[in-house]
Design a protein around this ligand. Structure first.
Ligand SMILES: CCCCCCCCCCCCCC(=O)SCCNC(=O)CCNC(=O)[C@H](O)C(C)(C)COP(=O)(O)OP(=O)(O)OC[C@H]1O[C@@H](n2cnc3c(N)ncnc32)[C@H](O)[C@@H]1OP(=O)(O)O
Length: 237
């Protein structure tokens, strides 16, 4: 989602303590991510499974002793940027986030990732819903990085060939056109052999309720930047 694209309008009181907390939250998510993978792949039998289940239940109770009621939403990180830490694609607090590693490139975003056994659809292959989710996130991030953080109005995905688990994949997303608050994007997932496994065309729209906070749109994505002075929100330098 926002992925640190925007500066937060809310100051961080103690960035160092928050950074230490974030490190611990990230460590927990990575550990639980390994637990998810191990849960899928284990060939252990009873009584080991019963013993592990009881221990996990105890740990869940411990975490829930102090927990938020509902979802996290968007929070200010220790670096003063807005992030959605629960995002299932790249949120640092979400154990199922693959994660997607995003870098800006000319015209869009490039993302490297690899998915394991927990994402299996057809045998040995990534579930189609997760293929679409990766494309959604990468194309949406490309839109957000241009200063137009819209919600997905449509994502038309074409599956060209199976996307294999456990391989190093690259997803590229680019902005094709901006029309006011609508941003049209496209992208593809490429396997290590350079073959496109899936591609998508998407439309992202800044919802009505968010438009007033983001200033005025322009039809030119290259020049677009929200007015930081007015809103406290500015794109990543
Ligand atoms: C800060 C806020 C954002 C958060 C950060 C996001 C980061 C990004 C990362 C994301 C990664 C993960 C992403 C996710 O997981 S996003 C989660 C999945 N998506 C959603 O839940 C979106 C649900 N839908 C909506 O909220 C609204 O319908 C949207 C936002 C889409 C429109 O909004 P709104 O109702 O306010 O718009 P409007 O009625 O004023 O119409 C405006 C214009 O748009 C045109 N139109 C409308 N719908 C469609 C359509 N389906 N096809 C073609 N055109 C459409 C319409 O004709 C009009 O055109 P024009 O007459 O002006 O020419």
């Amino acid at each position: 989602m926002t992925d640190g694209t925007f500066v937060s309008p809310y100051p961080v009181e103690d960035p160092q303590s928050l950074a230490e907390l974030e490190r611990a939250q990230g460590d927990l998510a990575r550990a639980v991510g390994r637990l998810v993978d191990a849960t899928v792949r284990t060939r252990q039998e009873r009584p080991v499974l019963d013993e592990v289940t009881a221990r996990v239940d105890t740990l869940v109770e411990r975490l829930l002793e102090q927990a938020q009621e509902g979802p996290l939403g968007i929070e200010t990180s220790s670096d003063g940027r807005l992030r959605d830490h629960a995002n299932p694609m790249l949120g640092m607090r979400n154990p199922i986030a693959p994660p997607l590693v995003m870098t800006d490139d000319e015209g869009g975003v490039t993302c490297t990732f690899s998915l394991g056994a927990a994402y299996e659809g057809p045998p040995g292959c990534v579930h189609g819903g997760f293929v679409a989710a990766v494309l959604d996130q990468v194309l949406g991030t490309a839109a957000a990085r241009r200063g137009v953080p819209g919600l997905t109005a449509y994502l038309n995905t074409t599956y060209r060939r199976p996307t294999l688990l456990g391989t190093d994949l690259v997803c590229r997303g680019r902005i094709d056109r901006v029309d006011g608050w609508k941003i049209f994007a496209s992208g593809e997932i490429v396997d290590p052999q350079g073959e496109v496994t899936a591609e998508a065309e998407a439309l992202f729209i800044v919802p009505r309720w968010a438009r007033e906070h983001l200033g005025t749109p322009t039809g030119d994505a290259g020049d677009f930047a929200p007015p930081a002075g007015e809103t406290g929100v500015s794109p990543t330098p």
